[in-house]
Design a binder for this molecule. Structure first.
Ligand SMILES: Nc1nc2c(c(=O)[nH]1)N[C@H]1C(S)=C(S)[C@@H](COP(=O)(O)O)O[C@H]1N2
Ligand SMILES: [Mo]
Length: 510
């Protein structure tokens, strides 16, 4: 009898896997791959000490590991369910269908999917393939056929064909939708590959860019990042969709004159300025892609706060967002004129995923400081514990000095390598004074050419051209030097809690 139990367990696992593939197929209908939302829900609801411990043990891969555990857990539960499943009787198919619908609805509810016709369709899309798989596998083979090989072949066929075709259909959907769907993205702590350099040269935003064309070559990012090329990171599976007609920005707390602004009042505010500013996620690994330098338009936060007349005991400015996110910055830093409530990126209103209608922009700090979907600016007389701070990340989040290798191109004997360099400061302007590059793995170093600054808090592109008639493989290493002469630290540290450090090292062939 033991082998029957094993077989049934295997059937359960396959049905569970097909169900997961069905959930993935349904993702565009319900705003995302539901298990991601479950994992996010666990992160958000777990106490700060637990997420701190998890990230401490697992590093910045805590979120992918958690998601993987959720997936494996679901398959394991299905296997157990299959193993203890009652013998096939007339009513069992109904019971199975009922269970599958129940599980799907429960997962969607836990993931915060709102009830709608597309959610109902999502349930159908998720359940039907798993149901078909269970019917195909449960009837005669598990009971009668003694032929183990045949059974295994059948299981394998259902698993591969079922899962494969669901994933294929989903990929086709994504292609039709232009590949911009967010569903299933594991945003946040996972920070892309380490080799970077995927931005095509010359993909500049339609606005006239101040970049020097000599720094536009194979693999180099545009000087100014087009909105659609800027990375997206947040805690949501589905970004808040705010209606600009009813949205208000409230400025209140420890102030004499609380007030609110409508979307139009914000855009017509006279303290509006335009600035090109680099933003990088604290979870970016050395050389990673969670960095961009868009052109922003917004209202100076100092003006918005001053208009409310802060009380003498005010210490912090807390920004609150529609998704429950919050961040705090000390009042004395808010006096800087380059901290904006931004409502435009490039020449367009902020995209939904970048915080429409408005978001905070704090130059020189990591992206986590830059609250999207902002609804309230609270002047606070007490120290506020912000969202990521409560989860063990650095409170000040000043950007570490960094430099990345991005581009490489050959023209005859001549080779040019290049990339970007950036650093933040608690106050003051961007501080990169020089970039040094090695093409022999760090044995010898040369000073690279730096593009003239395009803005005070924008990255600097760098390039280094040299003759290499007889060599095609190089190990490029780069390090930046700040204005006070400090060389970027070689010491590797993980993104948590204060951002990654270390020299970017990248083998290239050209
Ligand atoms: N409301 C809200 N704002 C947020 C976040 C969030 O999860 N919710 N994530 C922050 C983080 S960690 C980063 S790196 C930036 C990313 O902004 P972007 O997606 O526009 O690049 O937004 C920040 N602002
Ligand atoms: Mo971030």
């Amino acid at each position: 009898m033991r082998s029957t139990t094993v077989r049934r367990g295997t059937v359960g696992a396959v049905v569970g896997t097909v169900w997961l593939a069905g959930l993935y197929l349904a993702a565009p209908l319900v705003g995302g791959f539901a298990p991601v939302a479950l994992a996010e829900g666990i992160i958000v609801r777990s106490p700060g000490w637990l997420s701190t411990l998890a990230v401490g043990l697992l590093g910045f891969s805590a979120k992918p590991v958690l998601l993987a555990s959720v997936l494996v857990g679901i398959v394991a539960l299905s296997a157990i369910g299959g193993a203890v499943w009652p013998r096939v009787r007339a009513e069992t198919p109904f019971l199975a269908g009922f269970l599958a619908v129940g599980a799907t609805v429960a997962v969607f509810l836990a993931a915060g999917v709102p009830l709608s016709p597309s959610a109902v369709l999502g349930v159908v899309v998720a359940v039907v393939p798993a149901y078909i798989a269970s019917r195909l596998l449960s009837t005669p083979t598990t009971r009668r056929s003694p032929d183990r090989r045949r059974f295994l072949r059948r299981i394998g066929a259902v698993a591969v064909v079922g899962t494969g075709s669901l994933l294929g259909v989903r990929a086709a959907f994504d292609r039709l939708a232009g590949g911009r769907g967010r569903g299933g993205d594991v945003d946040g702590v996972d920070a892309g590959g380490s080799d970077g350099g995927t931005d095509a040269a010359g993909e500049a935003s339609p606005v006239a860019t101040p970049g020097d064309p000599r720094f536009d070559f194979e693999g180099m990012p545009a000087a100014v990042t087009a909105p659609e090329d800027h990375y997206v990171v947040d805690i949501n599976i589905r970004p808040p969709d705010l209606d600009p007609a009813s949205w208000t920005l409230d400025v209140d707390g420890a102030v004499e004159r609380p007030y609110s602004l409508s979307y139009d009042e914000l855009r017509e505010h006279d303290a509006s300025v335009e600035q090109v500013t680099t933003m990088v996620c604290v979870s970016n690994t050395v050389g990673g892609d969670l960095i961009g330098t868009p052109r922003w338009t917004g209202v100076q936060l100092s003006d918005l706060v001053a208009d409310a007349d802060p009380a003498a005991e005010a210490v912090d400015v807390v920004t609150h967002a529609a998704d429950g996110y919050s961040e705090a910055i000390p009042l004395d830093i808010v006096e800087r004129e380059d901290i904006l409530i931004a409502y435009r990126m490039g020449s367009e209103p902020l995209a939904t995923e970048h915080g429409f209608p408005a978001r905070l922009l704090v130059p020189g700090r990591y992206g986590m400081k830059m609250t999207k979907w902002i609804t309230r600016i609270e002047v606070s007389a007490a120290d506020h514990e912000a969202y990521w701070e409560a989860r063990g990340w650095d409170e000040e989040a000043v950007v570490n000095t960094m430099s990345y290798v991005r581009g490489v191109e050959r023209d005859g004997d001549r080779v040019v390598v290049g990339g970007v360099a950036f650093g933040g400061l608690a106050t003051g302007v961007e501080e990169i004074a020089a970039v040094e590059v090695s093409v022999d793995g760090g044995d010898t170093w040369t000073e690279a050419e730096l593009e003239s600054p395009i803005a005070p808090h924008a990255w600097r592109r760098w390039r280094y051209a040299f003759d290499a008639p007889n060599r095609s493989e190089f190990e490029v290493v780069v390090r930046a030097i700040t204005r006070d002469g400090t060389v970027q630290t070689e010491e590797r540290s993980s993104p948590r809690p204060s951002g990654a450090t270390g020299w970017h090292r990248r083998p290239v062939r050209v």
